[in-house]
Ligand binder design. Structure first.
Ligand code: SF4
Length: 136
């Protein structure tokens, strides 16, 4: 996995963990330990892939962006198949370790599938609402 892919995946995990509150871009860069230049590129790439939404916000007198994951309706059923739940290495798994979410191919594949599935659900919901009969 390239460094950029790894940072994008970490960014998605962080943004996902912030739920509906989202996270300020500057705080995301700090958590990623990335420069604002690298962080902005990651943010733009994730936005182009329609995985996140950037919302302009005035914070401490300066304009910045708050970013949100483009998954609106997570429920517990949607994450019960996370591979870590049944992984034999879970007790040894830590960032930077022999087993790590940063390098785990199973986790990466699950995250991609999960993200795409949730996006498809979201898109189906939007289409369904658009096609719903209008009440008078
Ligand atoms: S990230 Fe991978 S290695 Fe670590 S617990 Fe989850 S599935 Fe197992």
């Amino acid at each position: 996995m390239s460094k950029r892919d790894r940072l994008e995946r970490q960014a998605l995990e962080i943004i996902l963990s912030k739920g509906e509150e989202g996270i300020l871009q500057s705080d995301l860069w700090k958590e990623l330990e990335a420069s604002s230049r690298v962080g902005s590129r990651i943010s733009l790439n994730l936005g182009k892939k329609n995985l996140i939404t950037r919302q302009r916000e005035l914070y401490d007198g300066r304009w910045t962006y708050r970013v949100f994951i483009n998954i609106r309706s997570l429920d517990i059923d949607s994450i019960t198949d996370v591979p870590c739940v049944s992984c034999a290495e879970i007790l040894k798994c830590e960032s930077g370790g022999e087993f790590s979410p940063d390098t785990c191919k199973i986790m990466t594949e699950w995250l991609h599938t999960f993200t795409h599935t949730e996006m498809e659900k979201e898109n189906a919901s939007v289409i369904s609402k658009k096609n719903a009969p209008q009440s008078i």
